[in-house]
Write a protein that binds this ligand. Structure first.
Ligand SMILES: [Zn+2]
Length: 503
């Protein structure tokens, strides 16, 4: 095992907001000791010079979709969640295994360059997960060197079947086409997942599998309970989008006679392995129920605003015992996998939700959510998310000579409220430098860029028909979903009073 000593840097202490000079001794992949400058190291240890560098634990992205990297910029501007889902085939169709690898690789590169060292990726394959596809995604993370949980995103209903009444809202000439669409039967997806879980070819400490039944209404109850059982059998996580948009929340009582979270609770899905992605429209009882079951939320503030989904009740989640991590969501839905921005917005947005400043999410809380909280969401809470002896050496070195850190008055506030990723200088994962003073050492980025441009051009052409269909359907889907979102619901998560009780 190689030993590395990082000398001359400042190690962030989020609790005191300070960053004192300290040396970090790393044995193989693990931090052995953090001590005063001049800390002893065995002969032959490699020295990493960290003068003018701030050391923080790598940020951890609790929710993303790496398939979005190849189609960034294509989903349009004023697009709520449902109009994004209406484009699923146009965005994700016709991909080869190599495209899936490439998209995950692009995504992993972006995250590393922005100071992220691990992610939970709900990766979609159209129309259903494949063993080669999931392996390609795992290999992409492995090759770049980013730690990841890879959860195939699945459904056994199409988007048009999932929303009660939507098909009827599409005029007959256009309806026939979407009515004929069929999602892959869940038994086929589950069989693929079983094989994937049984014969996982990667080191699970680095890249591990999970399950991603996407949205309650998009999955039959039989599918969801089968996922529950499979996750239990192989001790893996389940991540689902729950109550992301107001329209989704409104469907809960109409379809299940209860909230979406209550329905999942009754199916036995909620538990320590379970993560709600977004959870904007969870009510107080949902939050208590999820927290009581030991479950998690992956909070994605920039996406929630980009798609107009609303402001999640993160303070109530923390008080309800929910483990809260922070994510970015897909590069095709919120445009950047920048955990610094997500972390900042987790704090900022809480301030739009209440005048009571004592209930705002502090910088320290946001930082802990983006590190320790997300680590717990990935099921790696005892391994990553902190710089401490015994933890994996997932360390980001930030350049303290950049304007955001000069003068260094309050390391934590300047990190959370000012830094946006531009100061990321080096990134170490498992004791190995993946980004070395701005240079990615694991993969040839120029080659990846060229491959991405040509794959994107080919896919734009191959998916032109799907895109045309999505465009044709857009006014009908948009009008239906807007009316749905304006139906009464008992909680407020947007500043508009549309749909509020008494409005
Ligand atoms: Zn998502």
């Amino acid at each position: 095992m190689s030993v590395t000593i990082i000398r001359g840097g400042r190690v962030l202490d989020a609790g005191t907001h300070r960053a004192e000079l300290a040396d970090v001794l790393i044995d193989g992949a693990v931090i052995r000791e953090i001590g005063r400058p001049g800390l002893g190291a065995p002969a032959g240890a490699t020295t990493l010079d960290a003068r003018d560098r701030l050391l923080i634990p790598g940020l951890i992205n609790a929710h993303t979709h790496a398939h979005g990297a190849l189609v960034r910029g294509l989903a349009g501007d004023r697009v709520p969640l449902e109009l994004l889902l209406n484009q699923a085939s146009a965005l994700n169709g016709n991909r080869t295994v190599e495209d899936k690898y490439l998209s995950a690789q692009l995504s992993a590169i972006e995250m590393v360059r922005k100071g992220c060292t691990a992610c939970y990726d709900m990766f979609v394959e159209f129309p259903a997960p494949s063993i080669e596809g999931v392996h390609a995604v795992g290999r992409a993370y492995s090759d770049v060197g980013l730690r990841a949980v890879v959860a195939p995103m699945m459904a056994d209903r199409t988007f048009y079947q999932a929303l009660p009444g939507l098909l009827d809202a599409i005029p007959p000439p256009h309806r026939a086409g979407v009515e004929a669409l069929r999602a892959t039967p869940y038994t086929a997806s589950l069989a693929t997942c079983r094989t994937v879980l049984k014969d996982w070819p990667f080191d699970r400490a680095r890249v591990r599998p999970a399950l991603g039944p996407t949205i309650p209404m998009h999955c039959s109850d039989e599918f969801l309970t089968a996922c529950r059982d499979l996750a239990r059998e192989f001790d893996v996580g389940i991540q689902m989008h729950v109550g992301e948009s107001r329209g989704q929340a409104v469907i809960g009582p109409k379809k299940y006679g209860k909230t979406l979270t209550a329905h999942l609770g009754d199916l036995g899905l909620l538990g320590p392995r379970f993560t709600v992605a977004h959870g904007v429209w969870l009510d107080g009882e949902d939050i208590r129920r999820l927290g009581g079951a030991g479950g998690s939320v992956a909070h994605n503030p920039p996406s929630n605003i980009r798609l107009g989904s609303g402001i999640a009740a993160t303070r109530a989640m923390l008080e309800g015992g929910v483990r809260v991590g922070i994510g970015t969501d897909s590069p095709s839905s919120s445009d950047t996998q920048n955990m610094f921005e997500s972390m900042r917005w987790a704090s900022y947005l809480s301030r739009a939700g209440t005048l009571d400043y004592r209930r705002w999410i502090s910088a320290e809380e946001a930082f802990r959510m983006a590190t320790e909280g997300s680590a717990g969401v990935l099921g790696m809470g005892d391994q990553i998310g902190r710089l401490a002896p015994g933890y994996r050496a997932d360390i980001v070195l930030l350049d303290l000579t950049r304007p955001d850190f000069v003068p260094l008055n309050d390391a934590l506030l300047q990190l959370v409220f000012s830094e946006a990723g531009g100061a990321v200088d080096s990134v170490m994962i498992d004791g190995r430098l993946v980004l070395d003073r701005g240079r990615l050492v694991t993969v040839d980025e120029a080659k990846v860029r060229a491959a991405a441009e040509s794959a994107a051009a080919r896919l734009r052409e191959a998916n032109a028909g799907f895109r045309e269909t999505a465009r044709t359907l857009e006014p009908f889907v948009g009008a239906f979903c807007l009316a749905l979102a304006r139906e009464p619901y008992h909680i407020a998560r947007v500043l508009s009073s549309e749909g509020a009780p008494g409005a």
